[in-house]
Write a protein that binds this ligand. Structure first.
Ligand code: GLC
Length: 752
């Protein structure tokens, strides 16, 4: 069918003589749309990865150009932890490395939207300077289960934290004049059978949890693009759902960007276009054929074609390529690496620090265990992988930080990892591009390190460091065995190292270099300190060292609960990684062909806190090297919601930052509601010992509303509301209250 495309282009070239120079400008989109033939519009709405549109290795997709009308071809590339490029090109001796920034779960753990915007700003600069128009990030699906393979790309179990951080990320990217893409709208919360799985969700959970973060990101971040997810939602493919893509997204939320598919090619190309999905990505000839056929048969109207074309052209005129920006191919990778280290340092969560184990004494002798100390995981695998020029590891960063490492151990892991990589690099041992560019198969498995030297090592070292590392990513969900739960070797390391070092009165520190929540209760009491850097980007190992030395006082807080048992999450009753499989009446496979979100709104802390189910580490939890006191808050009802302020004082001996989490408990009666829900949050600047800072919050009444399915409306009930100021969802430091005199309602379409 290539000849079809060529005929379209040929027609355009022929036409160019007759129509003179009608060329796309930001102010003549309407004129262009009217001047486009049906075939030209169809070719605009179906992307392509044909050579002329596929500018370089790393291009995820492209929008076809229409030379006759001065419409350039434009391109998109992945994120979201940095530009996903392949650094080598056939036609150039240059390299095109990008910065691997901290993954979404870590950067969200900073609870600092300004920092997120700063990081995304640097990321967007690389998008801009490498000549990319659309960046396929942020990934922002809700952490429904700890076992979703792509949680590392996403931000949180809570829609307000997720939405606010996503909005900041979008602003940062788009400050560079390129387009951010919020994805994957919506309810793409598992990787198993992700292109066909039907997410079955009640309206309230959909509105309050799975759409709410996208609503916030769109209203506060104004992304230029939105990627519709592969999956079905309540029986219909998201990318073909008029309810989701037009009624909710555009009519209710006022979204005015472009809507594109995730990268596949479903049969329902025309249904998707009619539903409001503007752009088929990456696009192929069959899809173009279907679109051209529909145009001929009139099964898609001219009005629908023009509506979608307008959205695409509005995107195109915003692109650097349309503006003929002369990109440098030379972004400031050095300063971006420094920023990546800073963001990671501000986001690392300290889960435990018994008896002042941390920070470590300068120059301390360390014995570092765990292959992850050498094979440090910067970013997860899949389209969200980033090919960094160099990923720092703990051996380097701890040595550079002035610690004296046990060289036998360091040498052992270094040799082991080098051999593993060399073996894998043997030609044909694996798909090189998938290995390097997507990260599949890269993780080095934990060796059964000989521990016969343990007594000697423990005698020489001051402190033991044990690195537990995990990789996960696109296409597969995680398993309970040897992934969520510790492996036998992890367990052996922690137990034997702890026994030996504690017998000698020495401390043990665990570093969790992981992409998703793991089991923690069975071992956390065996060790003295635990740091959680998640997958902290290429400079993350240095950020860990900065926290270990005390150069950075950790201020990150958990964005997802660490449960006692993964099965304590109510979503576990309906998630592929858990054994409850079965067949439905239609012969569909439970959790594979369809997934019942039977837990409704009871996701994460909403479940654990309300039902008082004990957890290992609660949502919003994170320790500091100092302590903070909260003043009595001032809470006032306003004509539209409430305002609050609270003063935080550093009552410890070192400078530090505190995240204040504002939870609201609604009056009882009416809809059953979580005992408390996050409605605002703020982070202090670095407070010196004794220094105070007052944080103020304004929460409109709409943000207090719950979704009442019976009347298809958001409802803020009248009555007395409690406002809790917490250092975590369970560590409430101050409480105030205010009254809503008259119930408020905001009606929405009764869809989905
Ligand atoms: C993938 C992912 C999506 C990515 C796209 C392009 O399947 O789901 O996140 O942006 O395709 O690689």
């Amino acid at each position: 069918m290539i000849k079809k495309v060529l005929s379209v282009i040929a027609m355009s070239l022929v036409a160019v003589m007759s129509f003179g120079q009608l060329r796309l400008r930001p102010d003549n989109i309407e004129e262009i749309v009217k001047a486009m033939t049906d075939e030209e519009i169809a070719s605009l709405l179906v992307g392509s990865k044909e050579p002329e549109f596929y500018f370089f290795e790393g291009t995820a997709a492209g929008v076809r150009g229409i030379p006759r009308l001065g419409i350039p071809a434009t391109i998109s590339c992945d994120g979201p932890a940095g530009l996903h490029f392949y650094p080598l090109r056939d036609n150039s001796d240059d390299t095109f490395y990008c910065t691997a920034f901290p993954v979404g779960t870590l950067s969200a753990s900073s609870w600092d939207p300004d920092l997120m915007e700063l990081m995304a700003g640097a990321m967007g600069d690389e998008v801009h300077e490498y000549g990319v128009d659309m960046f396929l990030g942020p990934g922002m699906n809700i952490h429904r289960s700890p076992l979703c393979g792509r949680n590392f790309e996403y931000f949180s179990e809570d829609p307000v934290l997720s939405g606010r951080m996503a909005a900041a990320y979008v602003r940062g990217i788009q400050n560079n004049g390129v387009t951010a893409t919020v994805k994957h709208y919506a309810a793409n919360n598992q990787e198993t059978n992700r292109t066909e799985n039907d997410a079955r969700i009640d309206q309230r959970a959909l509105r309050e949890i799975y759409l709410k973060n996208f609503e916030i990101a769109i209203k506060e971040g104004h992304p230029g693009a939105l990627m519709a997810s592969y999956n079905k939602l309540n029986g219909e493919y998201v990318q073909q759902s008029f309810d989701l893509l037009t009624t909710v997204l555009r009519d209710e939320w006022g979204y005015d960007g472009v809507v594109l598919t995730d990268h596949g090619a479903k049969e329902g190309t025309v249904k998707a276009a009619k539903a409001g999905c503007d752009l088929m990505q990456p696009g192929n000839e069959e899809e173009l054929e279907r679109m051209l056929d529909a145009v001929k048969k009139g099964t898609i109207t001219r009005a629908e074609l023009e509506r979608n074309a307008r959205h695409v052209l509005r995107y195109i005129v915003s692109t650097p390529r349309f503006q003929e920006y002369k990109f440098s191919n030379d972004p400031d990778l050095k300063s971006h690496a420094e920023l990546a280290r800073k963001v990671a340092g501000e986001s690392i969560v300290m889960l435990k620090n018994e008896g002042g184990t941390l920070p470590l004494r300068a120059g301390a002798k360390l014995a570092v265990y765990g292959v992850g100390s050498e094979d440090f995981v910067a970013v997860g695998i899949g389209s969200g992988h980033v090919v960094a020029k160099h990923v720092a590891n703990m051996r380097e960063s701890l040595t550079d930080a002035g610690f004296e490492l046990n060289q036998d151990l360091a040498g052992y892991y270094k040799a082991y990892v080098e051999l593993d990589h060399a073996t894998k690099r043997v030609a044909g041992a694996m798909d090189w591009l998938m290995y390097e560019s997507w990260g599949y198969g890269k993780k080095v498995s934990e060796p059964d390190v000989p521990l016969n030297q343990l007594p000697q090592q423990a005698a020489e070292a001051d402190v033991a460091i044990v690195v537990i590392s995990r990789d996960a990513g696109e296409g597969n969900d995680r398993s309970m065995i040897d992934d969520y739960e510790l492996t036998a070797r992890d367990r052996k390391l922690i137990r034997l190292v702890s026994d030996e070092y504690h017998a000698k009165g020495k401390k043990v520190v665990v570093i969790l270099n992981i992409g998703g929540v793991i089991e923690s209760v069975s071992w956390k009491n065996l060790v003295d300190a635990i740091l959680l850097p998640w997958q902290p980007g290429q400079e993350g190992a240095y950020a860990v060292a900065d926290v270990l030395t005390g150069k950075v006082n950790p201020s990150g807080k958990l964005t997802m609960t660490f449960p006692v048992d993964a099965l304590d999450h109510p979503s576990s009753a309906n998630f592929p990684a858990f054994p409850q499989r079965g067949e439905s009446e239609e012969g569909l496979r439970k959790n594979i062909d369809y997934t019942e979100y039977a837990e409704g709104i009871w996701v994460g802390y909403r479940h654990f806190t309300t039902r008082e189910v004990p957890v290992s580490y609660p949502f919003g939890y994170g320790l500091s090297y100092t302590t903070f006191q909260y003043s009595k808050p001032v809470v006032k009802a306003t004509a539209d919601g409430f305002t609050a302020s609270v003063t935080v004082t550093n009552t410890g001996s070192v400078a530090g930052k505190e995240v204040v989490e504002v939870y609201v408990s609604a009056p009882s009666g009416g809809l059953e509601k979580p005992s408390r829900e996050l409605k605002a949050f703020g982070k202090t600047k670095s407070l010196a010992p004794g220094e105070s800072q007052s944080l103020s919050f304004t929460v409109p009444a709409f943000d207090l509303a719950s979704f009442n399915e019976a009347v298809s409306a958001w409802e803020t009930a009248a009555g007395k509301y409690q406002v809790h100021f917490g250092s975590s969802v369970e560590d409430i430091r101050a409480t105030g209250s205010f009254k809503v005199k008259k119930a408020r309602f905001w009606e929405v379409h009764n869809v989905l």
